[in-house]
Write a protein that binds this ligand. Structure first.
Ligand SMILES: [Zn+2]
Length: 191
């Protein structure tokens, strides 16, 4: 699945979770960093692919991408599993703990959750593709939904574009039906 679809899915889930569960006040800085973290989480598992947009946008990214890809065992391997998810969660937590003294007003818990929401949405979306996801590594089985491969999405093809448009349509429906809650969130909880 392409980075564009992953980013849209990540921000969609983040929006739903924020509207339905965020009951504390956070600074505008936390909200913006959480949004960036969510988008990074949404593409992080594909760091195992040297051709991923993240690597392509770095000056010598292709070179690093190859090394990291090898360390992670190749595409759709450890970074696309529950173990990988725990690893990403641990490293992000360490990084945020390091950032905290520099940015004391940053709610690192909110940023961590935003990253993890993006990460989980990535694995769920990849589960809908023909290749599937090895959720339970080291058990080397790739899981996919629906179970019949032919009915799943092919990355970059018409089915993925249809899913992208469907998520956009859902977002428009969600924003219009939860407009009051969204406004209340922006007015009352971001300070
Ligand atoms: Zn992926």
């Amino acid at each position: 699945m392409t980075a564009r679809t992953h980013d849209l899915a990540a921000v969609t889930v983040l929006g739903i979770v924020a509207v339905s569960t965020l009951n504390i006040q956070i600074t505008l800085g936390t909200a913006l960093i959480a949004l960036v973290a969510n988008q990074l989480g949404g593409i992080a598992p594909d760091l195992d692919q040297p051709t991923a947009p993240f690597w392509r946008n770095l000056p010598v990214g292709g070179y690093f991408g190859k090394i990291i890809g090898r360390v992670l065992g190749g595409h759709r391997f450890i970074s696309h599993s529950l173990i990988g998810m725990a690893g990403f969660g641990f490293i992000t937590d360490l990084f945020l703990k390091f950032l905290h003294p520099i940015l004391p007003n940053l709610n690192t818990g909110v940023v961590w959750w935003a990253f993890m929401i993006g990460l989980v949405s990535h694995l769920v979306m990849d589960t809908l593709t023909k290749e599937g996801v090895p959720w339970l590594l080291p058990i080397p089985i790739k899981f996919g939904l629906p179970p019949i491969k032919k009915l799943r999405i092919t990355t970059g093809e018409a089915t993925e574009k249809a899913v992208f448009i469907a998520i956009l349509g859902f977002d428009m429906w969600y924003c219009s039906t939860h407009y009051g809650k969204l406004l209340a969130l922006l007015h009352n909880q971001i300070i």
